[in-house]
Design a protein around this ligand. Structure first.
Ligand code: 3EB
Length: 321
């Protein structure tokens, strides 16, 4: 069946690598292109393409790129860290993002990926992830937190002489339905022990909830129940717990939107692993999960909690109940 134009303009994700895409993610070592995910691929499809109809406008400079279609846009940028000051780099990256997005035809931020190096370096409130959260919180506006976008924050390997913080943002002409996870404390309500500023992200988002083809975007999901890390030292058990969190999120999406979401409807799943040597263990757990095997991408990346070794995120197509 040929999709109508109205259907083609809806957001969907595939791994074929053809057709016009809002963004076609590629994976590899940290580099110059702000659209490239700076996490080397360990297994799975080489690309992840996000489609939403025809691209009306696109542009790129050396450290920023954007593309706009009818309902959606993508903005990618990176900012160099000066003297290892991740807090300031995060603040300028978010200032630039909001400056770019708010006056555009797609002012609503639905989903953001955050990547930077040495995410677990430093102790307690000086840990680089916590400083990043402080810089992000300092830069964003009221609309950002009402409610915050779905997100991922992952640490990359060494990016060479000039470390950069990189943001990739999906934005839209209309807001999405933000989701929280009933098994997890909202991140924006994490207690003080996790840092001076709570992380600004929602657990997920349902896009086009009033259409026949909604999509559920799951944020980076780790082995955290309530606000407490689970199964420290056991990657397989962490991945099973993360999948249980994801299942609960899909159920919550169904309760809120009236559309059914299931692992079988997964269009893409990214599995970020701290240790490349955990690939086999992760593949064995995923094989039993009911995720479509051809849609799972395994990447090398650091979870923002040092005690955790795996995080997952993904996109799920909804079905009428
Ligand atoms: C967690 O649940 C894991 O700071 O934007 C996941 C997704 C995590 C997004 C962010 C952090 C972020 O707390 C970490």
């Amino acid at each position: 069946m040929t999709p109508t134009n109205a259907t083609a303009a809806r957001l969907h994700v595939d791994s074929d690598g053809d057709g016009e895409a809002l963004i076609r993610f590629e994976f590899g070592a940290p580099g110059q292109d702000p659209r490239r995910v700076p996490c080397p691929s360990l297994a799975g499809p080489a690309t992840e393409s996000w489609h939403a109809g025809a691209i009306g406008e696109s542009a790129e400079t050396c450290d920023a790129a954007w593309a706009h279609g009818e309902h959606y846009g993508v903005c990618a940028l990176s900012v160099a860290e000066v003297d290892g000051d991740i807090e300031s780099a995060a603040a300028s990256a978010y200032q630039r993002l909001l400056t770019c997005v708010r006056p555009s035809a797609h002012p609503y931020l639905l989903r953001i990926w955050n990547y930077f190096g040495a995410i677990n370096q430093g102790h307690d409130d000086q840990e680089r992830y916590r400083r990043f959260c402080v810089g992000r919180a300092r830069a964003v506006d009221g609309l950002f937190n009402d409610p915050p976008p779905a997100a991922t924050a992952i640490g990359t390997g060494d990016s060479g002489a000039t470390p950069r913080v990189q943001l990739i943002a999906l934005c839209a002409s209309a807001p999405a339905m933000a989701l929280e996870n009933p098994r997890q404390t909202p991140a924006w309500r994490y207690p003080r022990e996790y840092g001076p500023v709570s992380p600004g992200f929602s657990r997920g988002a349902v896009l086009e909830a009033n259409s026949r083809a909604p999509r559920l975007l799951a944020s980076g999901t780790a082995s955290i129940v309530g606000h407490v890390s689970q199964h420290v030292g056991d990657t397989a058990a962490q991945l099973r717990e993360s999948l249980a969190n994801l299942a609960a999120l899909l159920e919550e999406g169904q309760r809120r939107s009236g559309h059914a979401f299931a692992f079988a409807g997964c269009e893409t799943l990214r599995v970020y692993l701290r240790e490349p040597g955990d690939l086999g263990v992760a593949q064995a757990v995923i094989a039993e999960s009911g995720m479509p095997p051809g849609r799972v991408i395994y990447l090398r990346g650091d979870v923002c909690r040092r005690e955790l070794d795996v995080e997952i995120e993904g996109v799920f197509a909804g079905a009428a109940p």
